[in-house]
Design a binder for this molecule. Structure first.
Ligand code: FAD
Length: 309
C-alpha cells in the first residue's frame, strides 16, 4: 500500500486557512480529506461531538462540515457549531443548508448569519420532506423547488464557496441517472464548485458517476462520501431511508460476521480502507467521511491507509 504520510505532511505544513474557499483548495490539487458531523441534540451529544472534533483535528482535514437538520430544525445549532469551529479550531468549517421550510428571504438571512460566524463555505441542498426522504417533496411557499436555486442564491449573495450533493446511480427520486447527471451539470452552471457523494459502497459506482458526469460536461471535483459499515442494520437502514440498498456483494462480505459484532466491525474497517485506497488510486480528489460524531472508525481507516498525524 503506498505511503500517504507525505500528503498529510503537506497538509500539516499549511498555515491556518481562515475562511478559504473549499472549491479553490480542491482545485489546487491538494487531496481533500474531510469529516462530516451532525448538530448534537443534547448535552451528552455536544460532548461527544467536541470529543470527536478534537480527536480528528490533528489530522488537519481540508475542511469539516456540519449537517442541517431535517425541516430546518437545527439551524441555530449548525450555525453555532460551525461558528465555534471557525473561531476555536484550526479547521475550515462548511455549513450544510437546505431549502426545507424556508423562504428565499430566510435562506438569505441564514447565509448572512453564516458569514457573521466566519463561515464562508456552504453545501447547498434541497433537503427532504419532514416526513422523510420517501415522502412527496412539496416546496415551501416563497422558497425553492430545487437545490440549484439555492446554489444561485448563495452565488449571487457573494463570498461563498458552494458545494452540492451527488448521487452514485442517481438520486432515488430522479427519473433516471442520466436526468440526475444533468441536474449536477445544472448545479455547476449555477455556481457549484465541488460536489460530495452520498455514501458509497463500491469504487465502481463512484467511477461510473464521475465518468458519465464528465462526459456531459461536469468539471467540478466530485469527492466520494465514505461510511464504513460497522453495524449492518444501522447502515442498511440509513441507505434504505434514502432509497438505496447496500449492494449484495458488499452485504455478503459483512453478513458472514453477523453473529460476531467485533469481527463485523473489523471487516467493515478493512472494506472501507480498501474502498478509500481504490478511490484515491483511481483519481478521486479526496475522501469525505461521514463520522456520525465519532472519531474511532475514521482514525482506524486512516491508520490502515498509513495516514498519521
Ligand atoms: P436536488 O438537486 O434539488 O435534487 C432533488 C431531486 O430533484 C433529484 O431527484 C433531482 O434529480 C431532481 N431535480 C433537481 N433539479 C431538477 C430540475 N431542474 N428539474 C427536474 N428535476 C430536478 N439533507 C439534509 O436535510 N441535511 C443535510 O445536511 C444533508 N446533507 C447532505 C450531504 C450530502 C453529501 C448528501 C449527498 C446529501 C445530504 N442531504 C442532507 C440529503 C439531501 O438533502 C437529499 O438527498 C435530497 O433528497 C436531495 O438533495 P439535493 O440537494 O441533491 O436536491
Amino acid at each position: 500500500m503506498p505511503d500517504r504520510g507525505g500528503q498529510v505532511l503537506r497538509l500539516r505544513d499549511m498555515v491556518t486557512r481562515g475562511a478559504r474557499a473549499i472549491g479553490e483548495l480542491i482545485r489546487e490539487g491538494e487531496r481533500s480529506f474531510s469529516f462530516e458531523f451532525f448538530p448534537p441534540k443534547d448535552e451528552a451529544g455536544e460532548e461527544q461531538l467536541w470529543k470527536a472534533i478534537s480527536e480528528l483535528e490533528p489530522y488537519r482535514p481540508t475542511f469539516v462540515s456540519v449537517t442541517y437538520g431535517a425541516g430546518g430544525s437545527s439551524r441555530d445549532t449548525t450555525l453555532r457549531v460551525t461558528g465555534r469551529i471557525a473561531r476555536e479550531t484550526s479547521m475550515l468549517p462548511m455549513g450544510h443548508l437546505t431549502c426545507v421550510g424556508h423562504t428565499k428571504d430566510e435562506l438569505e438571512s441564514i447565509l448572512d448569519a453564516f458569514a457573521e460566524e466566519g463561515v464562508r463555505n456552504v453545501l447547498a441542498l434541497r433537503g427532504d420532506p419532514a416526513e422523510g426522504p420517501r415522502a412527496e417533496w412539496i416546496p415551501t411557499e416563497g422558497g425553492f423547488e430545487h437545490a440549484c436555486e439555492l446554489v444561485s442564491l448563495a452565488r449571487d449573495h457573494g463570498g461563498f464557496s458552494i458545494g452540492v450533493a451527488a448521487f452514485p446511480g442517481g438520486h432515488p427520486g430522479a427519473e433516471s441517472m442520466e436526468r440526475d447527471l444533468e441536474v449536477l451539470l445544472e448545479k455547476q452552471r449555477c455556481g457549484a464548485e465541488f460536489a460530495i457523494t452520498d455514501m458509497l459502497f463500491r469504487a465502481v459506482d463512484y467511477f461510473e458517476l464521475v465518468e458519465k458526469a464528465s462526459a456531459i460536461g461536469v468539471e467540478i471535483p466530485v469527492v466520494p462520501g465514505i461510511m464504513p459499515i460497522l453495524n449492518l442494520g444501522q447502515v442498511a437502514r440509513m441507505a434504505e431511508l434514502s432509497g438505496r440498498e447496500i449492494p449484495a456483494d458488499v452485504r455478503a462480505r459483512v453478513e458472514v460476521h453477523r453473529d460476531d459484532p467485533a469481527a463485523l466491525r473489523a471487516e467493515g474497517i478493512v472494506m472501507a480502507a480498501q474502498l478509500c485506497e481504490e478511490l484515491l488510486d483511481g483519481g478521486a480528489p479526496g475522501l469525505h467521511f461521514y463520522t456520525l460524531n465519532r472519531s474511532k472508525a475514521t482514525r482506524e481507516i486512516f491508520a490502515a491507509l498509513r495516514i498519521t498525524v
